[in-house]
Design a protein around this ligand. Structure first.
Ligand SMILES: [Zn+2]
Length: 489
């Protein structure tokens, strides 16, 4: 491998060494080694200095091949998964192979057909690359690390091409979305700033409920608390979260009924700095916030600290009953949507906990009850699900909702169906409407208004919609499987 000749387009300074991994590449023109003439078309210009961008270094291998290095999470070199960068100054019909050479994980959905997403100036909708152009393998040139290579043919010289690990969903996108919601002046929606991140970004909290129906103070309100993007690279979580919000603020009859009976509190982005910076798992200071629920610091983990304080406060409020806490994530090795729940000694509570995932399985074709599992691993003691499962009383349920970065299998499908931004949002809508089924089953809601959704006759002891096993009592097997896969969430 030759050392690349790299020039910063703006400053002309040299870059590209090991220390380039500290920051993102900024308008980096990669010319052939030894080339000193005027820049030419086809000398690719890489850039990741934008929101949620991530690319740390580019090595020129040949006219057709480039090694790409992911910039590790800020203050935590262990995590290198998310990438998001642009390429311009391309030549028409220029064919290249990009090798992403420094992933920190070995197990990957790339083995199952996942591919990076791409868009360009003239085709602004993200698409997945054809799986046949993507290769994932142990590479002898890179100490036998796993390398993901993809072939690409540029076709429009004036286009800027953007490649990413998965569909990006930035902090600014969330801010625009929330601002557009606010402008609608919906009487049942409230947006507030719950706190600020270390870099002074907003920690937003939405409350969705119909306050007209809060008139009976003697009766406590059911409360559902949802958080997303504690892990910043897990962008599908934001599409799910937006799907939940879009549904709950809509005029859909199910949403109207839910707003009458339930208070929804939603923190759509628990780690806004990590999202902004293009990290995969950590905050600005390199903390995996989903391991710090037990003792978050107001200065080192301010967003987590604020959310935890609010939840603890609500758990002590006699006017509300905090019944659900759901933390939304994306999964880098599994297919489908699925949940993690807690393990309890009390069998009846175990069965009650399985009800919501069973109902969701009936509403969402991409949700798998058989992938859903319940565990109490020591390594997950600092997660929101585990911590709150211990804090809240035995009538509450804490879950991690996971969705594949790649695809889902349905009962009838023979091949995995890749997720799109729309199908992630649809899973969010299905999560939201499942609360109606749940509360009808539990007799909180006895509403005869048409809902378009059949109240499902589900008993907690019968099998879920997709067959394989009943999901509970599989704790030990699941723990073993997760251990062997090195699964984190
Ligand atoms: Zn996660």
């Amino acid at each position: 491998m030759e050392e690349s000749t790299v020039r910063d387009v703006d400053t002309g300074s040299e870059g590209g060494g090991e220390d380039a991994l500290v920051g993102n590449v900024n308008k980096l023109m990669v010319s052939p080694p030894g080339y000193s003439g005027a820049p030419r078309r086809g000398h690719l210009v890489f850039d990741a200095c934008f929101e949620s961008g991530n690319l740390g270094r580019v090595d020129y291998i040949s006219e057709f091949e480039f090694d790409l290095f992911i910039r590790p999470d800020t203050c935590n070199p262990r995590f290198r998964v998310w990438f998001n960068f642009t390429v311009e100054n391309v030549r028409e019909t220029q064919r290249v192979i990009f090798n992403v050479v420094n992933f920190s994980k070995t197990k990957s959905l790339y083995r199952d057909g996942m591919s990076p997403v791409v868009k360009s100036t003239s085709r602004p909708k993200w698409q997945r690359l054809p799986a046949k152009n993507v290769y994932y393998y142990r590479c002898p040139d890179h100490r036998r690390n796993y390398v993901m290579s993809f072939a690409f043919c540029f076709d429009r010289e004036d286009d800027v091409y953007q490649f990413a690990y998965c569909y990006p969903y930035t902090y600014s996108r969330l801010q625009h979305y929330l601002a557009s919601l606010e402008r609608r002046n919906l009487p049942y929606l409230q947006r507030e700033q719950l706190g600020l991140s270390v870099q002074q970004r907003r920690l937003d909290l939405l409350t969705i409920t119909n306050s007209d129906h809060h008139q009976s103070p003697e009766k406590e309100k059911k409360l559902v608390f949802l958080t997303a993007r504690v892990h910043p690279g897990e962008s599908p979580a934001s599409f799910i979260c937006q799907g939940v919000i879009d549904f709950l603020v809509s005029q859909h009859p199910v949403a109207q009924i839910l707003r009458d009976h339930v208070i929804f509190k939603i923190v759509p982005m628990l780690n806004p700095d990590g999202v902004y910076l293009g990290n995969y798992r950590c905050s600005l200071m390199g903390f995996d916030l989903n391991r710090h629920w037990q003792d978050p610091s107001p200065w080192a983990h301010p967003t987590l600290h604020a959310v935890k304080q609010l939840i603890v406060q609500m758990s002590q409020d006699p006017r509300v009953s905090l019944e659900f806490y759901i933390d939304v994530h994306a999964h880098s090795t599994m297919l489908n949507g699925f949940m993690y729940g807690n393990v309890f000694e009390d069998e009846e509570r175990v069965q009650r906990q399985a009800v919501f995932p069973r109902l969701l399985c009936q509403n969402a074709p991409d949700f798998s009850f058989s992938n859903t599992s319940f565990n109490r691993d020591v390594v997950k003691a600092g997660t929101g699900r585990r911590f709150l499962g211990g804090l809240l009383d035995d009538t509450s349920y804490c879950y991690t909702l996971e969705v594949s970065f790649y695809s889902y299998m349905t009962a009838g499908s023979t091949a995995p169906v890749p997720y799109t931004e729309e199908t992630y949002m649809k899973l969010g809508r299905n999560v939201a409407r499942t609360f109606l089924d749940y509360y009808k089953l539990n007799n909180l809601i006895k509403d005869n208004r048409p809902t378009h959704i059949q109240s499902s006759e589900v008993k907690s002891h019968t099998g879920g919609g997709n067959g394989k096993g009943n999901g509970v009592g599989r704790d030990a097997a699941d723990r073993e499987r997760e251990k062997s896969q090195g699964v984190r969430h």
